[in-house]
Design a protein. Structure first.
Length: 293
C-alpha cells in the first residue's frame, strides 16, 4: 500500500507543485495588503495542489514513452510500471474535477476557471502540441505555470488587476532560463527522444545568449512591480539584489559557453538551482512588503 500511494504521489510531481505554491501564497498577501484569511489560503492551496497534480499526472501519461528512455525521468511511476496508464489517467481526471469544484465552491469561480484554463493549456497546448514540435515549446508552454499568480490574486480580491499580471510576466520570462539551464545539463536525454529543446537544436553559446536575454527582461519586469503595485522598501531592493545575482549567474554561464565548454563543464545546474532560490525569495519579498509597508 505504501508503494502504491508513493507511486500516485509521484505522478503529481510534488517538486513542481511546491514551486507553483511559492508563486501563489505570496501573491495572496500582496492582494490582501497584509495577512489574508486562513480559510481562503487553505482552500486555494488545496485547489492548487489538486489542479497541479492533475495536470502533471496527465502529462506523465502522455510522456510515458519518452520518460522511459530519458535518464532523468526513467524512475517515474509509469516507466517503472508502478501504475497503469489507464489508472493514472482516471486519477488525473478525478484530481482535475475535484480541483475545479473545490476552488469554485470554496474560493470563487474566477479562480476555478483560471486553474482549469491553466490545466487545459498545459495538457493540450504544451504536452500534446508544443513539446515535441517546436523549439519554442517551453516559452509558450510555460504560460500554464504562470497562472498561480492570477489565481492567488483573484482568490483574495475576486477580480484581476495589473499587479498579478506583472508577476505573471515575471514567471513567464523566468521559465526559459530555468528550464533551458536544466535542458543544457540533460541535452543528450532530450536529443535521444527528439524533443527539440533549445539546447538540443542550438549551440551552448546561442542558448546562453537566449538565457541572458530572457533574464534581463525578467529582471526589468520584476522591477516594474515596484511602481505598479506601490510596494514599499522591502520588495524593490530585494528585486534589485536578486536580479543582479541572477544576471551575474547567467553571464557566467555565457562566459563558460564562449570558452568552448560543453555538457557538465558548462555547470548549467548552478543557474538552475539559483533560479529556484531567486523566484522563492522574490515572491517572499512581495509577501513581506505589505506587512511592513
Amino acid at each position: 500500500m505504501r508503494d502504491v500511494v508513493k507511486a500516485y504521489v509521484g505522478l503529481t510531481k510534488p517538486r513542481i507543485i511546491e514551486l507553483l505554491l511559492i508563486t501563489t501564497v505570496p501573491v495572496m498577501f500582496l492582494a490582501a495588503g497584509g495577512v489574508p484569511g486562513l480559510r481562503v489560503v487553505v482552500a486555494t492551496l488545496i485547489g492548487g495542489i489538486l489542479a497541479s497534480g492533475s495536470a502533471n499526472t496527465i502529462n506523465c501519461v502522455f510522456d510515458r514513452d519518452i520518460d522511459e528512455q530519458m535518464r532523468r525521468t526513467r524512475r517515474r511511476p509509469l516507466p517503472r510500471h508502478a501504475v497503469s496508464p489507464r489508472s493514472a489517467t482516471v486519477f488525473g481526471v478525478v484530481l482535475g474535477v475535484l480541483a475545479t469544484l473545490e476552488l469554485g465552491f470554496f474560493v470563487n469561480w474566477l479562480s476555478s476557471g483560471l486553474a482549469l484554463a491553466a490545466n487545459l493549456f498545459y495538457v493540450f497546448g504544451y504536452t500534446m502540441v508544443l513539446k515535441r514540435r517546436t523549439v519554442q515549446n517551453i516559452v509558450w508552454g510555460g504560460i500554464a505555470g504562470c497562472f498561480p499568480t492570477l489565481i492567488g490574486w483573484t482568490a483574495v480580491t475576486g477580480k484581476l488587476a495589473w499587479t498579478p499580471v506583472v508577476l505573471f510576466l515575471v514567471v513567464f520570462f523566468w521559465t526559459p532560463p530555468h528550464t533551458w539551464s536544466l535542458a543544457m545539463r540533460y541535452r543528450e536525454d532530450y536529443a535521444s527522444v527528439d524533443v527539440p529543446m533549445l539546447p538540443v537544436v542550438a549551440t551552448p553559446v546561442a542558448t546562453s545568449r537566449q538565457i541572458m536575454a530572457y533574464s534581463v527582461v525578467m529582471v526589468v519586469t520584476s522591477l516594474a512591480l515596484w511602481p505598479i503595485a506601490g510596494t514599499g522598501y522591502v520588495y524593490g531592493p530585494a528585486a534589485m539584489v536578486l536580479g543582479f545575482a541572477f544576471l551575474r549567474e547567467a553571464r557566467r554561464l555565457l562566459l563558460r559557453a564562449h570558452t568552448g565548454a560543453e555538457g557538465a563543464a558548462l555547470r548549467p545546474m548552478r543557474l538552475f538551482h539559483f533560479s529556484n532560490i531567486y523566484l522563492a525569495l522574490l515572491f517572499i519579498a512581495a509577501a513581506i512588503d505589505p506587512l511592513l509597508h
